[in-house]
Design a protein around this ligand. Structure first.
Ligand code: DX5
Ligand code: ZN
Length: 233
């Protein structure tokens, strides 16, 4: 899918649940993707970790590229790596529609955001819990997506950090209505309503999808809660 079609899909389908592939069964990746397709997951979130920017190592562009032919879902790459500029083209070629890197890794992000957009991908910037939203000011008008981390990046299965919904609201105020806001970490039925009411569009969910007996049911019940909270706000 090209960038404008992906953006239109994300906006029109919001609130969208994006399963975090970090939590899937890598011994059965093909089957996991089939189950997510059956569960109507329209976005898959790929967590790339380098053991340097975060204290954990996951997978890279090769795994994503081999998974690309298995589904038509939008591929959303979350690069938790120290030098994204060096590797970003690999994720373009792997078939990712959205590529997000961290403001803590690239404090002057404009050039890299422009490069991602010039390759026909949606450009995203992610922000850690400790970093103030004001650090993103230079990215205003230069990106398509802002990813608010609601846990310290590096591991799935952590608890949602209180105050993350307020951060979503601050990002919305800074970037305006057209930006896609995503939240990542500790999202489940107990935590999704706060960020949804604050204006979040895309909800990354690892444990709450992959620990559930029925992925589709987990996705649909979270989406329903997010829709209710969004409509009530
Ligand atoms: C954490 C990753 C998340 C993580 C989410 O660094 O960016 O995407 O896998 O997992 P849960 O939903 O279990 O917190
Ligand atoms: Zn992530």
């Amino acid at each position: 899918m090209n960038a404008s079609a992906s953006l239109a899909a994300l906006r029109s389908q919001a609130p969208v649940i994006a399963p975090s592939m970090l939590k899937c069964d890598f011994g059965n990746l093909r089957r996991e993707i089939e189950l997510l397709d059956q569960g109507q997951a329209s976005v898959l979130h790929w967590d790339v970790m380098d053991g340097h920017f975060v204290p954990n190592l996951s997978y890279g562009a090769m795994v994503i590229s081999r998974s690309r032919p298995l589904t038509r879902a939008i591929f959303d790459a979350h690069l938790m790596i120290s030098d994204p500029a060096k590797y970003v083209d690999e994720y373009v070629h792997a078939g990712c529609e959205a590529i997000t890197f961290h403001i803590e890794a690239v404090p002057q992000p404009v050039e890299l955001l422009r490069r991602i957009r010039s390759r026909g991908c949606l450009a995203g910037i992610a922000i850690n819990p400790q970093t103030p939203v004001t650090a993103l000011a230079t990215a205003v008008g230069e990106c398509d997506l802002v990813l608010v981390m609601s846990v310290e990046p590096g591991f799935g299965g952590q608890s949602f950090i209180a105050g993350s919904s307020e951060k979503v609201a601050a990002v919305r105020a800074l970037f305006g209505p057209s930006i896609v806001i995503s939240i990542d970490g500790g999202i489940g039925t107990q935590t999704i309503s706060g960020p949804a009411a604050a204006g979040c569009d895309l909800f990354v969910a690892g444990s709450s999808v992959f620990d559930a007996p029925d992925y589709g049911q987990a996705i649909q019940s979270m989406a329903a809660l997010a829709r209710t909270a969004r409509n009530a706000s």
